[in-house]
Design a binder for this molecule. Structure first.
Ligand SMILES: Cc1cc2nc3c(=O)[nH]c(=O)nc-3n(C[C@H](O)[C@H](O)[C@H](O)COP(=O)(O)O)c2cc1C
Length: 577
């Protein structure tokens, strides 16, 4: 083993940075960038023991670099790497996922090794194209695909989507039995020790990291664990913290137990689609986004890449099913559909959409079968007649939200009932005005009635609005989006209020029959019957449990009736609007 350690000190911030290189197996070197004093990760994730960013060099007849490092290690990492190899001779750069703390130096590597081939999941390569803004050779890999580096270093890729990032892959080297997992099985722990011999000293950090990053995707963790169970693993080469060698079965076992525990608590919707067929993936992702807003867990299942037993298990666990129609000609898809039908039950919700490739399995016969089984249709079948636009995606998004809201209906009622009576009465004494928020972003527009609105600053002029996380309009109220705050008038608000409180089906035009004209700064509809309006731009969103508090600066505004008053909303109880 060769252990070479270099360190530089930069004080007071960002603190001590050092790099350790260790030969962890034949022709395999770990380059561990130690960030001793990092205090935060992902904004809300406090660190007590700093962190490390681990990168690996595998030198077969061909040479592969597995991940890079954080941008703050630019000089140090590149000089260490140059000491190990002529960077221009590296053949492959394997991207386990594209988060900047591991891919922060990809651009530098591309400059130093212009003919390098970047290897990653399809989504990772797409993300990278947007990150580096320069052409590069790439190889998109799927689960089970192999890459032979020579000298026995045959690599196999395992897709592990959603293990923190959508584009995550693992890489297994058959020669060294090392599984490269990047974020997975990692921990934010900075220490001279390369390995995990100190189990009791690091297990709390391992659990904290799992809770913050992996727990929210427990189902995806379980799927990934299944994919690696056949591998004999000597070392788990993680991207953060010590490498795992001494207690591997314990660490993997803990991930399994925690994930099983976690999945018992959640409501799940399984979304079935066929990869690379029509627009199915994009449409299903839009439905998934809409479901996600309601705090229901989603699992995307590529029908062509799943065992039938897994389909049965997922359907049995799911409270809702969404199917993007597969091609008629695919016998694999036919068998999968029959398996879904056989495992479905009448307590589940179902939603169907076309994939739009022109050869879809017809939607209505399948819909009839689910209806005969007694499943509840969460949204009407989504038909794709032309190339999907932003409006189609909005429709899918809203359909997903409707599905999630239906699944949460009992929880919502329980929550309303659970508030202490005196407390809810006192909260109910908070009174506000009545407003219609209208927004347009690209081709998509939406509206909602709001009463939780207040002025929030004078300099700059700003307002704050509480928007429920599962509101349709929430998708187009992100930071830097624009909207109009329309003020309703006392005595004249009923018509508009009734209109915007209607239960709109997914994708419906909420402005049909309403007189509007476009705002100067953002084209959001201004309601002609409003007492006043303000054109706003969102600068901050604060996570407040079931709502986002959205703070916006106000650019311009106008009052139609100087002497008229704003409609006031009085309530008796504080557990609804
Ligand atoms: C009097 C009243 C005030 C409301 N105020 C708010 C609000 O401030 N924030 C919010 O998210 N929803 C509020 N709502 C609910 C929305 O109006 C919402 O449009 C409606 O439930 C439909 O939801 P959707 O737009 O997601 O389909 C209010 C509803 C009522 C009846």
């Amino acid at each position: 083993m060769v252990a070479l350690t270099q360190s530089i000190e930069i004080t007071p911030k960002p603190g001590l940075l050092t790099v350790e290189t260790v030969e962890i197996a034949p022709q395999t070197t770990a380059i561990r960038c130690l960030d001793w004093d990092r205090e935060r990760f992902d904004v809300e994730f406090g660190l007590r023991n700093g962190t490390t960013y681990n990168s690996f060099l595998i030198q077969g007849e061909k040479v592969a670099l597995v991940d890079t490092s954080h941008g703050k290690f630019e000089d140090l990492y590149l000089s260490i790497l140059e000491g190990l190899i002529d960077i221009s001779k590296i053949d492959y750069l394997i991207i386990s996922h594209t988060e900047p703390d591991h891919s922060g130096l990809v651009k530098n590597i591309l400059q130093l090794a212009p003919s390098i081939t970047v290897v990653g999941a399809k989504v990772a390569i797409q993300f990278l194209e947007n990150m580096v803004h320069q052409p590069f050779e790439s190889m998109v890999v799927k689960s089970g695909q192999k890459l032979d580096l020579g000298n026995g270093h045959e690599l196999e890729f395992v897709s592990a989507p959603n293990l923190h990032w959508p584009d995550t892959i693992f890489t297994y080297d058959y020669k060294t039995s090392i599984l490269y997992t990047c974020d997975v099985f990692g921990m934010h722990y900075c220490d001279d020790r390369t390995y995990d011999e100190n189990l009791t000293g690091i297990e709390d950090d391992f659990k904290y990291y799992y809770d913050c990053l992996m727990g929210p995707n427990a189902r995806s963790v379980l799927s990934a664990l299944k994919r690696i169970q056949k591998l004999e693993i000597a070392t788990v080469a993680t991207g953060h913290g010590p490498l795992l060698k001494h207690h591997i079965s314990q660490w993997i076992g803990r991930y399994k137990d925690w994930s099983l525990e976690q999945t018992k608590k959640e409501k799940l919707v399984a979304l079935f689609y066929v990869e690379d067929y029509g627009y199915s993936e994009n449409l299903v992702r839009a439905v998934a986004h809409g479901i996600d807003k309601t705090d229901v867990v989603v699992e995307l299942v590529n029908i062509n890449d799943v065992e039938l037993q897994e389909v049965r298990e997922i359907v049995a666990q799911a409270a809702g099913l969404v199917i993007a129609m597969p091609p008629q000609s695919s016998s694999t898809a036919q068998v999968a559909l029959n398996t879904i039908l056989a495992a479905a039950d009448n307590k589940q919700a179902i939603g169907l959409l076309e994939s739009g490739a022109g050869e879809d399995e017809p939607i209505y016969p399948l819909r009839n079968k689910f209806q005969e089984l007694g499943l509840t249709e969460a949204f009407p079948p989504i038909l794709i007649k032309e190339t999907p636009s932003e409006v189609t995606e909005q429709l899918c998004d809203e359909a997903g939200t409707d599905l999630g809201q239906w699944l949460n209906r009992e929880r919502t009622i329980k929550q309303i009932k659970s508030i202490d009576n005196e407390l809810e009465k006192s909260l109910g004494r908070i009174s506000t005005g009545l407003y219609i928020i209208t927004a347009k972003k690209g081709e998509v527009q939406s509206a909602m009635l709001a009463s939780w609105v207040t002025q929030a600053s004078v300099n700059p002029l700003g307002v704050a609005i509480a928007v429920a996380k599962d509101r349709a309009i929430e998708s187009i109220m992100q930071v830097s989006d624009r909207f109009v705050l329309n003020v309703l008038e006392e005595g004249k608000y009923q018509g508009l209020m009734r209109h915007f409180l209607k239960r709109f089906p997914p994708g419906a035009d909420r402005f049909a029959g309403v007189r509007t004209y476009p705002a100067a700064t953002n084209e959001s509809p201004i309601l002609a019957e409003a007492l006043a309006y303000m054109e706003c731009e969102i600068t901050t969103r604060m996570d407040c449990g079931d709502h986002w508090v959205i703070y916006s600066t106000v650019q311009t505004g106008r009052v139609a009736q100087v002497n008229a008053l704003t409609a006031v909303h009085h309530r008796k109880i504080g557990n609804h609007y």
